[in-house]
Design a protein around this ligand. Structure first.
Ligand code: KIV
Ligand code: NA
Length: 268
């Protein structure tokens, strides 16, 4: 099948929900490609891969290295790369320079950036210059210090109104899709009804036009306690523990390697 593009994603508004997952490496992208419409190289890799406490220290070079690996492995899914903290907030020009470099050096098709009304001008600037943008409103992890932690947003009327305005500003600026993260459920539903672009929920609502999860979270590869919005579709942490325990035992008692795993010299 031909690769999915941003117009295909936009056309899914109100249709069959979009399947979106994070991918940071080529082998994972290869495994997810057939099942997901969007592979997001999220800056969550700072936490899920690099052991950071927040996404604030993720660099453009990190995003480019992982983005390139994912874009190379994906044959069908649309690859979207997050712009990391500090690489786009200063000005539309800074955002363009970063985004152009990310697309050129990774082969991905679009970038994602966090922010609402404050980022509308930047989103418009990128789109006018050929760079498709996915928006991200609600719980925006790069603003963790401003938000006072990773907590559900939009609980009171004023906060809900602000996030609704953020969503409509991003959609009007021309974003092709919008991640709605960590908001109370009715708000995600209202936003989905209010904007003409697909909403992709995480900790949001089943009424969004799609869902995204961090693959490491849903596969049980990351984190002792997982947030409420994560469903474990597998416990690969347990599978790895069992496999590695067996390997360690077999190394110690010399049952590994077996005859099939070693090479004997050719006979005369
Ligand atoms: O970085 C990330 O993985 C994300 C998704 C959770 C939306 O931004
Ligand atoms: Na992100």
């Amino acid at each position: 099948a031909r690769p999915i593009n941003v117009r295909d994603i936009q056309a899914r508004k109100g249709g069959t929900p979009l399947v979106c997952l994070t991918a940071y490496t080529a082998p994972m992208a290869h495994l997810l490609d057939a099942h997901a419409e969007v592979l997001l190289v999220g800056d969550s890799l700072g936490m899920a891969v690099y052991g950071m406490d927040t996404t604030l220290d993720v660099s453009v070079d990190m995003m480019i290295n992982h983005g390139r690996a994912v874009a190379k492995a994906a044959e069908r899914a649309l690859v979207v790369v997050d712009l990391p903290f500090g690489s786009y907030q200063e000005s539309p020009e800074q955002a363009f320079r970063t985004a152009a470099r990310v697309l050129a050096e990774t082969g991905a098709s679009a970038v994602k950036l966090e922010g609402g009304q404050d980022m509308a001008e930047t989103i418009r600037f990128l789109i006018a210059r050929g760079i498709p943008v996915m928006g991200h409103v609600g719980l925006t992890p790069q603003a963790v210090n401003q938000l006072g932690g990773f907590r559900i947003q939009g609980r009171d009327d004023a906060a809900a109104e602000r996030i609704r305005a953020d969503a409509t500003a991003v959609a009007r600026a021309g974003a092709f899709a919008l991640v709605v993260e960590g908001v109370v459920e009715p708000l995600a539903r209202e936003i989905t009804r209010a904007v003409k672009i697909p909403t992709i929920g995480i900790g949001a609502s089943a009424d969004c036009d799609g869902q995204v999860l961090v693959s490491e979270d849903m596969l049980g590869l990351f984190g002792e306690q997982t947030p409420r919005f994560v469903k474990h579709y597998a416990r690969l942490d347990q599978a790895i523990d069992t496999a590695v325990r067996q390997y360690a035992e077999e190394v110690r008692d010399r049952t590994f390697p077996e005859a099939t795993h070693v090479t004997r010299p050719r006979q005369g």
